[in-house]
Write a new protein. Structure first.
Length: 236
């Protein structure tokens, strides 16, 4: 799969281009260089600080070393919008409605990959998060999809803001870039395995793999309502 290349910061090709350009001003050339060289950056999301790198083997080597994360535990990918996500994964008709039904950036969906990626990204099943934070959107619009895993060493509590996350990682001996932006902290996004990746012999189903900012019962209630209103099971 072709990896998105670095675009010029300040591009206004997307909707809301003037706002995007304004948020892009804090994405420095140093940050761009770190990402382009296969390094990692800490950037803000609507929940916790994220540790981002390009979805390449070399960059993932660096990210997994920084987090001290076992290679069998995949990380998610952050995207600016569903159009960007559609280059990586199969988007079913129900997904826009699902995302519109909950706070933007509050869900991460495991979806079928269009092409098999590194196993550390899930291989054939990729976890995708459409970000909400305006700085994260500007970053991903400018650079392309980046990993969206929490910016912490595995087994430790994530920091609630980006500078503190960078400080902890650098004290552990790792060099990471910083994209400034406020983060509320608290619970992470809710992680959902979409029906198109679930193994079910009878009916299509979804599974909440990790309860986060959106309670699991609210997600499942949405799903039941969707099936009831349509009168048919999606994907069947």
């Amino acid at each position: 799969m072709q990896i998105p290349f670095l675009l010029q910061i300040g591009s206004t090709s997307s909707e809301g281009g003037q706002s995007l350009a304004a948020d892009s001003k804090i994405i420095t050339h140093t940050v761009q260089s770190i990402i382009a060289s296969g390094g990692c950056i800490v950037y803000p999301t609507s929940t916790q600080p994220a540790l981002g790198c390009l979805p390449t083997n070399t960059a993932l080597d660096s990210l997994y070393a920084i987090k001290n994360r076992p290679s069998h535990m995949p990380v998610s990918i952050g995207v600016a919008d569903l159009e960007q996500a559609s280059d990586l994964v199969e988007i079913t008709d129900e997904i826009p409605d699902l995302l519109a039904s909950f706070p933007e950036g509050s869900l991460t969906l495991v979806l079928p990959a269009k092409e098999t990626l590194d196993s550390r990204l899930g291989g054939d099943k990729i976890a995708i998060r459409v970000v909400a934070h305006p700085v994260a959107k500007a970053l991903l619009q400018a650079i392309g999809p980046l990993t969206a895993t929490s910016a912490n060493i595995s087994g430790t509590e994530p920091e609630s803001n980006c500078p503190d996350a960078v400080d902890i990682l650098e004290k552990a001996g790792h060099k990471v870039g910083l994209v400034e932006g406020n983060t509320p902290g608290g619970s992470p996004s809710t992680l959902i395995a979409w029906y198109s990746v679930c193994d079910s012999s009878d009916n299509a189903s979804i599974e909440v793999l990790r309860e986060g900012i959106v309670p699991a019962d609210e997600v499942l209630l949405w799903w039941k309502s969707r099936i009831s209103n349509n009168g048919e099971t999606p994907g069947m």
